[in-house]
Design a protein around this ligand. Structure first.
Ligand code: CMX
Length: 471
């Protein structure tokens, strides 16, 4: 029902009714809204008791079912494929890629509210979907934009901490530092210290999450302006959406295509089920009842690793180096040689491969489509396209990687540089702002469902030998 609600604007009505599918199946998808202007928190408060009952009943019936067995290789192999986490917002299929509450990226592009005159889904609408399992109305999205704008100010002492960072401190380290400092504002921490009933954990977690997401653009843009510009920040506009305001803080709001890119970017980088490093870390740290600021800062530190989010910075750096070495019009043979030099040097080809995916990442495809629409003649996009046709073959011949296809990070840099946003070291911060939407929406549900402290079992090699060695 909720996914089939009509939008008020004519454009949205077309977008919406064109797509008929079973509503996103998670929490309470079959319930109609009691009011158009119902806030996210009000809707969440309605959904939590239903979801708790649903999980309780499901566990009572299926709690003893076996999800899988674990081999010694998996224990040594980064726990690949071990099924032991619950993540409500999204599920990743190795072939198809990500679904947010049952919706693929093209589904989201069809049914989630966009900005007036825009095409790409608003991250606000994706957040609503992740939290509730429901497609919001245009009004609900607008109210979320307004709420985030209203909560966006950051304390002076956090500004001072950012301003004191040397320009040489990596933007991700500054970002993590600032998010840790924002913890000063945590309502969850304050309420817990007073003695908070477990049944109410979700409420201050929700408030912290809303504050945190709202404040990230000012934190992130302050870092950007300090490191690469003159340190001055404009005011945001309270009647504009999150991505417009973030673009404005960064200095790019006058280019409406860049703002659209930011909407797409913040939407598709948000969530990638629960096992990836940033999501799992946030969830793990949150399981100790660390508040959303501390939990998310921990996740950011994982995102800052080159095998995870930092790959977007590495990709553009690697591509520009390739261009400097062999030129943007390099032949297939020259590119192959360059690739083999990377591989023979014991380095990974950044932006390719994935721990779960076995096909081209639909997040890559969405960005490629954006490029085909907005920058089809950009020479670097031409090079990235050429690489897309060459790298999988070379990686397959190399014979190590289980997935030779590109992931999300292989395409974001070329889009950003086209609009003059060339500061590669900063790219992972953009990923981080987006990732907040996914990991904090799960934290809300972790607290609502009373998820316990996470504590898997580990063994030493000596112990495993004792378990399996023949007498
Ligand atoms: N280039 C070269 N070698 C690669 C490779 C790549 N792009 N991807 C995987 N391999 C290698 C691995 O290093 C591994 O080598 P060893 O056996 O020597 O350790 C082997 O192939 C098998 O790895 P895998 O099972 O295919 O991949 P993993 O699940 O271990 O790792 C990932 C996944 C993403 C870390 C890996 O593919 C990689 O390093 N890619 C490049 C970095 C990157 O783009 N990261 C971003 C991922 C998306 C994100 O989180 O943002």
């Amino acid at each position: 029902m909720s996914a089939l609600r009509t939008f008020t604007s004519a454009t949205k009505a077309v977008r919406h009714t064109a797509f008929r599918f079973a509503p996103a199946t998670a929490v309470g998808a079959s319930r109609a809204y009691s009011s158009k202007t119902q806030t996210l928190k009000e809707r969440l408060a309605e959904l939590i008791p239903q979801k708790k009952e649903e999980v309780k009943a499901f566990k009572a019936e299926y709690g003893s079912k076996v999800l899988g067995e674990v081999t010694v290789d998996q224990a040594y192999g980064g726990m690949r494929g071990i099924k032991g986490l619950i993540w409500e917002g999204s599920v990743l299929d190795a072939e198809e890629g990500i679904r947010f509450r049952g919706l693929t990226i093209p589904d989201c592009q069809k049914v989630l509210p966009a900005a007036e005159g825009g095409q790409e889904p608003l991250p606000e609408s994706l957040f609503w979907l992740l939290v509730t399992g429901e497609v919001p109305t245009q009004e609900q999205v607008k109210s979320l934009s307004a709420e985030w704008a209203a909560r966006s100010d950051i304390p002076e002492f956090v500004e001072e901490i950012i301003d004191r960072c040397p320009k040489t401190l990596h933007p991700m380290s500054q970002f993590s530092l600032a998010v840790n400092a924002l913890q000063h504002e945590s309502l969850f921490a304050k309420e817990y210290a007073k003695g908070l009933n477990k049944a109410n954990y979700w409420d201050p977690t929700f408030e912290d999450t809303m504050d945190l997401i709202a404040k990230l653009p000012k934190v992130a843009a302050r870092i950007y302006r300090n490191v690469y510009k003159d340190g001055k920040l404009p005011e945001i506009e309270s009647d504009k959406d999150y991505s417009y305001n973030f673009s404005k803080l960064l200095g790019y709001e006058s280019n409406s295509d860049f703002v659209e890119l930011m909407r797409l970017y913040l939407t598709i980088h948000s969530d990638h089920e629960g096992g990836n490093v940033s999501a799992h870390t946030t969830h793990l740290v949150g399981s100790a009842l660390s508040d959303p600021y501390l939990s998310f800062a921990a996740g950011l530190n994982g995102l800052a690793g080159p095998l995870h989010g930092l790959a977007n910075q590495e990709v553009l750096r690697w591509t520009l180096k390739l261009k400097d070495n062999i030129g943007v019009d390099a032949s297939e043979e020259e590119i192959k040689k360059y690739l083999w030099d990377t591989l023979n040097g014991g380095q990974v080809v950044p932006g390719y491969g994935h721990a779960v995916l076995r096909k081209t990442d639909p997040r890559y495809t969405a960005q490629r489509e954006f490029a085909l629409k907005h920058l089809p003649d950009d020479p670097l996009f031409g090079l990235v396209s050429k690489l897309y046709h060459i790298i999988p073959g070379v990686l397959t011949e190399h014979g190590k990687t289980k997935n030779p296809w590109p992931n999300v990070d292989a395409h974001s840099g070329v889009l950003l540089q086209y609009y003059g946003f060339t500061e590669q070291d900063y790219y992972t911060v953009l990923f981080g702002v987006s990732r907040a939407l996914g990991v904090t929406s799960q934290l809300i549900w972790d607290r609502a469902l009373g998820m316990p402290l996470e504590r898997p079992k580990s063994y030493s090699t000596a112990h495993l030998k004792k378990m399996f060695a023949k007498n």
